[in-house]
Design a protein around this ligand. Structure first.
Ligand SMILES: Nc1ncnc2c1ncn2[C@@H]1O[C@H](COP(=O)(O)OP(=O)(O)OP(=O)(O)O)[C@@H](O)[C@H]1O
Ligand SMILES: [Mg+2]
Length: 249
C-alpha cells in the first residue's frame, strides 16, 4: 500500500546539536501514529519538519508523492490546506477572539468568506463541546482545558487530511485530558484523517494510538502497533512506558 507520508533519511541540526539523524518513517493514509520519547529528543522538531515549518538539512519528506522540502510557495500553500496543527502549549492568537482563532486558516487562505468562516467556527466550537458564547471571548479569558479545546477546534477548522497534535493534554487534569483524547479520536475518525501525535501521557498513547514510534538520540528506535508497546522487549521503550528510573535512558 502506498504511504501517505514517506520520510527518508531526514537530518536536522541546530549548530552542533544534531537533533534528527537520518529519520525514516512511513505513515499510511488513515493511520494514527503517536511519537514518544524523552524531553528534548526532537519530537516537536520532527513534526514541524514534516509539516514544512522547519527546513531539514537533508532528506526527503513526501506527502501523497509530493516532496515537501524545496517545494514552491504556491505548492506549499496548497499542501498546507491539507494540514491541521495543534501546537505544543496551544499557541492561540491573543488578540483574536475564540471564533476568529478557529476561523483564521479559512479566512487567511481565502477558503471561505468571513461570514461562512464564522459559521464554521461556531460549528467546530460545538464539536469540541463549547457553547456559542465562548466564541466571543479572548483566549486569556479561558481555562487551560478550554484553550486546548479551542486549539483542537482550530486544528480541524479546514477539515484537514493530516492532523498534527503536539502534547495536546499537557497541563490538564486527568479527566480533562481524557475529554481531549476522546475528542481527538472522534474528530480524526470523522475526518478520516491521518494523525501524528506527540505525547508524554501514556493514557493518551493508549487512547489515541494505532501505532507508536519512539525517538531517541535523533532516530526512531522502535516502531510498532500499540498492542505490542507494553511487550516490546525493547529496554528503552520499557523504561519509558513504565516510567522507570533505572534503565538505558
Ligand atoms: N528553532 C530552534 N533553534 C535552535 N534549537 C532548536 C530549535 N527548535 C528546537 N531546538 C532544539 O532541538 C532539540 C529538540 O527540541 P524539540 O522541541 O523537538 O524537543 P521535544 O522532543 O519536542 O521536547 P519536549 O518533550 O520537551 O517538548 C532541543 O535541544 C532544542 O533546544
Ligand atoms: Mg516538544
Amino acid at each position: 500500500m502506498k504511504s501517505y507520508i514517506s520520510i527518508s533519511n531526514l537530518n536536522k541540526s541546530f549548530a552542533s546539536n544534531h537533533v534528527l539523524s537520518g529519520v525514516n518513517l512511513e505513515i499510511a493514509g488513515g493511520d494514527a501514529i503517536v511519537i514518544i520519547g524523552g524531553s528534548g529528543t526532537g519530537k516537536s522538531v520532527l513534526i514541524k519538519t514534516i509539516a514544512g515549518l522547519i527546513e531539514p538539512d537533508s532528506g526527503s519528506i513526501k506527502i501523497d508523492g509530493m516532496e515537501v522540502n524545496n517545494i514552491s510557495n504556491t505548492n506549499y500553500r496548497n499542501l498546507t490546506k491539507k494540514f491541521g496543527f495543534l501546537f505544543q502549549g496551544g499557541a492561540l492568537f491573543d488578540s483574536l477572539t475564540v471564533w476568529e482563532n478557529i476561523a483564521f486558516a479559512l479566512v487567511n487562505n481565502k477558503l471561505k468568506t468571513k461570514a461562512q468562516a464564522k459559521e464554521i467556527a461556531f460549528d467546530k466550537l460545538s464539536k469540541v463541546g463549547l457553547s456559542n458564547n465562548i466564541g466571543m471571548l479572548y483566549p486569556s479569558e479561558l481555562s487551560g482545558g478550554m484553550q486546548k479545546r479551542v486549539a483542537l477546534a482550530r486544528a480541524i477548522s479546514t477539515e484537514p487530511e493530516i492532523l498534527f497534535f503536539d502534547e495536546p493534554t499537557t497541563g490538564l487534569d486527568p479527566i480533562m485530558a481524557n475529554v481531549i483524547n476522546d475528542l481527538i479520536v472522534r474528530c480524526s475518525e470523522e475526518l478520516k484523517a491521518t494523525t501524528i501525535t506527540i505525547t508524554h501521557d501514556m493514557n493518551s498513547v493508549k487512547q489515541i494510538a494505532k501505532r507508536v514510534a519512539m525517538i531517541h538520540k535523533g532516530n526512531i528506535i522502535w516502531d510498532g502497533k500499540i498492542d505490542n508497546l507494553f511487550s516490546s522487549d525493547n529496554e528503552f521503550v520499557d523504561q519509558f512506558v513504565h516510567g522507570n528510573i533505572a534503565g538505558p535512558l
